[in-house]
Design a protein around this ligand. Structure first.
Ligand code: UDP
Ligand code: MG
Length: 335
């Protein structure tokens, strides 16, 4: 995939900018996030609506959001019936966000709101996607190395040119949001889909801040799941692995057969059971691994065909359309 190179025609906001923020147990960050966001947006005179998606938090996040919505008419809150995950919260936010463009950012202020005006400048120049790229990660060496490896491998094996070191922090033109919204798939790796749509994309370098307060919500298990989603949703290379390994094993097996025959008939020295055990273990192991790879795809197909909604909205606060039932409570069902 190669995005269109140059910027398109210049444009400006005709209605407003939407900001989508997923939140899971972020009670310590809600108020400060809102203060920084409105500070920069009001300071620059950018008309905006804030979409906060409460992803089944167990702490006081929802109460604080409720309070914000009662004092700031530009705050809208979607609250899930349980925890559906980061990518689903973003999807829900995108499903309801309106305006000329939408910014997606984390709640823990690792993504500085002060970058939004620059993103908007990129959009005004005609870019449809402006994504932030981390200049430096302030995380442990191990996590950093894992991220670097992940993005590089993904880039090699996926059919999309996914930018290195970019997360979900980005600005999307309304047209791109409309497209992402129309994707029915369950395994939603938003940053991958964002590259996949194409159009004019550009990057903006920034320093990723350390999380302001609270624990990171992404445990290693979730990161691994996200990484696997990235691999399996955007590449069928792992499926071809078995073909190549099969050729390799068959080739090696043939060579070994020649060797075994030679040692049996030329040197009267039959190969013993040790070598047999080694070969069986090697082949058995390879087959199990490849079954696992197949399983990853089959499992994902199963998830897709069930056609369950992506998420369930328990409560929608601050939506003007609320009274008319315009808030979709079941994500993923056709509107
Ligand atoms: N988040 C969410 N649902 C989850 C986990 C995380 O909505 O199940 C939100 C979280 O509140 C934050 C963002 O997703 O706004 C990124 O989470 P976190 O900061 O824990 O991830 P990291 O920055 O370590 O990638
Ligand atoms: Mg974070």
């Amino acid at each position: 995939m190669q995005a269109l190179p140059a910027a398109g025609p210049r444009r400006r906001l005709t209605s407003h900018l939407s900001v989508v923020v997923p939140l899971y147990n972020e009670e310590e960050n809600v108020v400060e996030l809102h203060r920084r966001l409105t500070g920069i947006l009001n300071g620059r005179g950018i008309p905006h609506v804030l979409y906060f998606v409460n992803d089944g938090s167990r702490d006081g996040t929802l109460e604080r959001l409720r309070k914000l919505a009662s004092t700031d008419g530009r705050v809208r809150v979607l609250s899930f019936s349980r925890n559906f995950g980061h990518q689903m919260s973003i999807s829900a936010g995108l499903a309801h966000a309106d305006g000329d463009a939408v910014v997606v950012m984390d709640a823990d202020l690792q993504d500085p709101p002060e970058l939004i005006p620059d993103m908007l400048d990129g959009w005004a120049e005609g870019y449809d996607v402006v994504y932030a790229v981390r200049r430096k990660r302030k995380e442990g060496t191990l996590k950093r190395a894992a991220y670097a490896l992940f993005y590089r491998v993904l880039r090699r094996i996926s059919n999309v040119e996914m930018p290195l070191d970019s997360g979900d922090f980005s600005l999307l033109d309304a047209r791109v949001v409309g497209l992402l919204r129309s994707f029915p798939e369950r395994n939603r790796f938003v940053r991958g889909l964002r590259s996949w749509v194409g159009f004019r994309q550009t990057e903006l370098a920034y320093e990723r801040m350390p999380r302001r307060a609270g624990e990171p919500k992404y445990r290693i298990r979730h990161l691994v799941k996200l990484a696997l989603d990235g691999f399996f949703a955007f590449s069928t290379v792992p499926l071809q692995l078995s073909t190549w390994l099969g050729f390799l094993a068959a080739g090696l097996g043939f060579l070994y057969l020649l060797y075994a025959l030679a040692s049996r008939f030329l040197y009267q020295n039959p190969a013993g059971w040790t070598s047999l055990a080694a070969i069986i273990l090697f082949l058995g192991g390879t087959q199990l691994i490849l079954l696992g790879v197949l399983g990853e795809y089959v499992g994902r197909i199963y998830e897709e065909v069930k056609l369950r909604p992506l998420y369930i909205v328990d409560e929608a606060i601050g939506f003007p359309e609320e009274a008319h039932g315009a808030v979709t409570r079941l994500g993923g069902k056709s509107p």
